[in-house]
Design a protein around this ligand. Structure first.
Ligand SMILES: Nc1ncnc2c1ncn2[C@@H]1O[C@H](COP(=O)(O)OP(=O)(O)O)[C@@H](O)[C@H]1O
Ligand SMILES: CC(C)(COP(=O)(O)O)[C@@H](O)C(=O)NCCC(=O)O
Ligand SMILES: [K+]
Length: 248
């Protein structure tokens, strides 16, 4: 039985899965804030005593990595952290320096390849938003990084005299400050995704896979073939586990 960890810059997402189970068929799943790791992880282990392996993707830095490793080490469980390479599980990494790519993006690409064999735009709407192009033959051609929704909202509130941390709504023609701010930030997210998707929209089977905690903020704005996938990073990690069906 495996514990999978997606350590992002806002939250830790986790799932428990039986070795050999279909990626995404979780026995349990959840999330917690970085500071809750010392309490949350022992609770997960206590609830699932059969966990004998931990696989993780970390993009939140060494301090968060240590926060996660400590309670697991106390339970005799080392964490196998995903390292980003030039090729894995049918995905090839065209990054100029392959190891520079975030492990979450790499795991999400591997998960996407597992779920969809055609051309794909893999979007993770998290602290940052990423949109990564995966060819029908499994080549990750490259992708973009932009501030996530909350970062955009906080940037405006924190760097202007008159703009609040907006809790407005998306409008086609915003007529209040908070709606103007929220609409602008959501257009920025959806526009970036649609512009990236335009590179593959003419290809048969082209699909956008959208994951991440902030996905729901702009999913319905997207005018493209879309599949919402919860925890694509964890699906990628599960795909890499030995014995996982369809593992390449
Ligand atoms: N429980 C939640 N409910 C609603 N929105 C959330 C929740 N958790 C995270 N978010 C939103 O998603 C973003 C973080 O998503 P997540 O995919 O967890 O990011 P990361 O992988 O960067 O930690 C936050 O900035 C917030 O906008
Ligand atoms: C872009 C990211 C910050 C996204 O992380 P998240 O928003 O999920 O916390 C992360 O993938 C990262 O640190 N990447 C390393 C640089 C790169 O991918 O080029
Ligand atoms: K940083």
């Amino acid at each position: 039985m495996m514990l999978l960890l997606d350590a992002g810059n806002t939250r830790i997402k986790w799932s428990v899965t039986d070795s050999g189970a279909e990626p995404g068929a979780w026995l349990a799943e959840g999330g917690f804030e970085h500071a809750e790791a010392a309490a949350a992880l022992p609770a997960v282990l206590a609830a699932h005593p059969g966990i004998d392996r931990v696989l993780g993707a970390n993009v939140a830095g060494p301090a968060v990595r240590a926060l996660l490793e400590a309670p697991l080490a106390a339970a005799g469980l080392p964490v196998e952290w995903l390292t980003v390479t030039a090729a894995r599980a049918g995905v090839r990494n065209a990054y100029t320096v392959p190891g520079q790519l975030g492990a979450d993006r790499w795991a999400a690409l591997i998960g996407a390849r597992r779920l969809h064999r055609g051309p794909c735009l893999v979007v993770c709407a998290g602290t940052a938003t990423t949109a990564d192009l995966l060819d029908a033959d499994g080549l990750f051609r490259g992708g973009i990084i932009l501030p996530g929704v909350d970062l955009m909202l906080r940037a405006l509130a924190g760097n202007t005299a008159q703009l609040p941390l907006a809790d407005g709504h998306f409008r086609d023609t915003p007529r209040s400050t908070v709606d103007a701010i929220v609409s602008g930030c959501l257009h920025a997210q959806a526009g970036a995704v649609e512009r990236m998707f335009a590179q593959i929209s003419g290809q048969p089977g082209a699909l956008c896979l959208l994951s991440g905690g902030a996905a729901g903020r702009f999913a319905e704005l997207l005018e493209l073939p879309l599949r919402r996938i919860d925890n694509l990073v964890l699906i990628g990690l599960a795909t890499l586990a030995p014995g996982a069906p369809g593992q390449a």
